[in-house]
Design a protein around this ligand. Structure first.
Ligand code: GCO
Length: 256
């Protein structure tokens, strides 16, 4: 077995949603370094263009794919444009997500819906469009981004928790239907990572101490620490893995 080819994704095209910042940006850069052409997605075309330019300046293949992940119309139009350009998505990383911290009794239904739409329904809609094109080709990789909250709840993040729990089960549903066509659908569950989305938590001394005490690694995770799992689940090394979620969480879910 040639170990290099096992993890080879050179020449593959990866669409990473929410990849102009945070975890998505880190995974996009890692997949680019592993040889994939990256489609950078985000809602801010200026930030997307800047990210594309930065990847290209680093010698990587990158294109812009700006669309709103909650808009079925924009998603369908984006995939139609890719079809028109002869660009096939080989790897889909459903990373786009927002956080909204508020106790359930204070939540507006609109805020609940916004989180569910962005963090879960988007993965369904984009996964559906990608799979429609992967099935006839007989291969594809789908990597959904879950969370510790795919397994455990934390107070004040109910819509996020429900969405990420849904991501775990959507991953299994995708595997149930699409594995027979050579498509592997799996997920990554990041732990507490050093991202803009978590800045308020990082700066909260009490929460910071809790994360460091509760995590066997005694530290927050770095976005680039997701790259290994992302490349693994995007490569031939995971061809017989379906419906799984790999936690990159410093061991937090493994211990009481
Ligand atoms: C929170 C955090 C978490 C982390 C991550 C953990 O408010 O608890 O935002 O949701 O971001 O999802 O896996």
């Amino acid at each position: 077995m040639n170990m290099q080819s096992l993890f080879e994704i050179k020449g593959r095209t990866a669409l990473v949603t929410g990849s102009s910042r945070g975890l998505g940006r880190a995974m996009a850069e890692g997949l680019a370094e592993a040889g994939a052409r990256i489609l950078i997605n985000g809602t801010d075309p200026v930030r997307v263009a800047k990210t594309v330019q930065e990847l290209r300046s680093a010698g990587y293949a990158a294109e812009a794919a700006s669309f709103n992940v909650t808009s079925e119309e924009e998603i369908k139009a984006a995939f139609a444009a890719l079809d028109q350009a002869g660009i096939a998505v080989d790897i889909l990383v459903n990373n786009a997500g927002i956080q909204y911290r508020k106790p359930i009794v204070e939540l507006d239904t609109a805020d609940w819906q916004r989180v569910i739409d962005t963090n879960l329904t988007s993965a369904f809609m984009i996964g559906r469009e990608a799979a429609k094109r992967m099935i006839p080709r007989g291969h594809g990789k789908i990597v959904n981004i879950g969370s510790l909250t795919s397994e455990l709840a934390r107070a004040t993040v109910a819509p996020y928790t429900v969405a990420k729990g849904g991501i775990k089960m959507l991953t299994r549903a995708m595997a149930a239907e699409w594995a027979q066509y050579g498509i592997q659908a799996n997920a990554i569950g990041p732990g507490y990572m050093l991202t803009d989305m978590n800045q308020a938590l990082i700066e909260n001394a009490e929460f910071d101490a809790w994360v460091k005490g509760r995590t066997p690694s005694k530290r927050w995770g770095k976005p680039e620490e997701l790259i290994g799992a992302a490349v693994f689940l995007s490569s031939g090394a995971s061809d017989y893995i379906n419906g799984q979620i790999i936690y990159v969480d410093g061991g937090m879910l493994a211990v009481l």
